[in-house]
Design a protein around this ligand. Structure first.
Ligand code: SF4
Length: 394
């Protein structure tokens, strides 16, 4: 799961099981919602050619990540699928094509989604709270998750979806214009638009904003290492903790994702984890405990983890939304396993949205949905007891 592109009706559904009444929720968030709405309807500059979205291929770029095989065939080296692609054909992510024995990205500079979002929506809870993250995606994905929230773009080809022609320079300009503190590569798996992402990342570093991504972590070591040099923070989906889950529900593999998590930690990229808890599929508490113990041992007890609520979508419409009690049990399991920053996502008003100091237990950052209330951090430390809190803070 990546974050939802649209704020679809789960907000309504979530409120029905939230710990606030709708009236209370709107009262608390009223002013913030107005600001948020203004930001969210921002599109491209009116005079820009970028307004002219179109279907089909717009720009292509030669990929540096392929090996030439015999007979004009190539092997893509970007992600562990290592697709073997014959002339004129595309890889599994649908956005890379073999043209006369060379491999091309078909989505360079062609986002289909560009939104200024609250960084809490990514979700990042330990990165510059209450700031805007300028978020973008192209079509395509290297997974085929049956529960994907953005399947209309992740499972599409460039010919299926309207996309824009937006250079990396223009993305950075637009991010500055909306006062964003970061640029987020998100909504689909950003690895598949790697060439575009890395060019934007380099420009972003020059102007002092942050690069952040939400990814499935399914990327090969070499491109990942390059990316770590310019990526400030990553939220990685740990979708389940068995190979069977990854194979049957995502058309992916678990082992490379675990390697990515360890590399990000080693390379000192700020790391958060999201686990979408799906009824009957990955909500077994012993499996969740095993996952939490692995996170603690390999990544550290201070790695923030988000247990997010599933809504029936795409190919898993027959399952119910995750009960709040299941998310609470997952959170308790993680806390009792020794993880220090454990969050519940998609239940506005739940105390599992807040950050608490693991030492003195006081409330540090209060959240309601994507809104931030009280913030008792000072210089990255708990303002009550002085404990350093991991993250990137103002
Ligand atoms: S990035 Fe796309 S083409 Fe390359 S190996 Fe992965 S799925 Fe295949």
């Amino acid at each position: 799961m990546s974050e939802p592109l649209l704020k679809y009706s789960p907000r309504e559904t979530a409120l029905s099981e939230s710990h606030l009444t709708k009236r209370e929720f709107l009262k608390i968030c009223g002013a913030s919602f107005c600001l948020l709405s203004a930001a969210q309807i921002f599109g491209f500059p009116k005079t820009s050619q970028a307004q002219l979205a179109k279907k089909g291929l717009i720009k292509t770029k030669l990929s540096p990540f392929f090996t030439t095989l015999s007979g004009g065939e190539i092997q893509c080296d970007l992600c562990p699928k290592r697709c073997r692609v014959s002339k004129g054909k595309r890889g599994a992510c649908r956005v890379r094509e073999n043209r006369d024995g060379k491999y091309y990205s078909l989505v360079y500079g062609n986002p289909c989604a560009v939104h200024p979002d609250p960084i809490e929506k990514k979700p990042f809870f330990h990165v510059l709270p209450a700031t805007t993250s300028f978020s973008l995606a192209t079509v395509g994905c290297n997974f085929q998750c049956k529960f994907c929230q953005n399947w209309e773009i992740s499972q599409a080809s460039p010919e299926d979806v309207y996309s824009y022609d937006v250079s990396p320079e223009m993305i950075v300009k637009m991010a500055k214009e909306v006062g964003a503190h970061s640029i987020a590569y998100t909504y689909v798996e950003p690895t598949i638009f790697y060439e575009y992402m890395i060019d934007i990342c380099h420009l972003v570093k020059k102007i002092g904003l942050l690069n952040v991504c939400h990814s499935n972590g399914f990327i090969n070591p070499e491109p990942l290492k390059n990316l770590c040099k310019v990526m400030d923070a990553a939220n990685i989906d740990l979708k389940g903790f068995t190979e069977a889950f990854y194979r049957d529900l995502c058309s992916g593999e678990l082992a490379p994702v675990l390697e990515t998590l360890k590399t990000l930690k080693k390379e000192k990229v700020h790391l958060e984890i999201t686990n979408l808890v799906i009824p009957t599929q990955n909500d077994d508490l012993s499996g969740l405990k095993e996952m939490c113990l692995w996170v603690k041992k390999e990544l550290g007890a201070d790695t923030p983890i988000h247990f997010s609520r599933f809504y029936p979508l795409y190919k898993l419409r027959s399952l119910p939304p995750t009960p709040v009690s299941t998310l609470e049990k997952a959170r308790n399991t993680a806390l009792s396993s020794g993880l220090e920053y454990v969050y519940i996502g998609n239940i506005p008003g739940h105390e599992g949205e807040h950050t608490f100091c693991p030492k003195c237990k006081k409330l540090l950052i209060q959240r309601i949905g994507y809104m931030v209330g009280e913030n008792h951090l000072k210089g990255g430390k708990c303002n009550y007891c002085g404990k350093p809190i991991p993250g990137i803070w103002m």
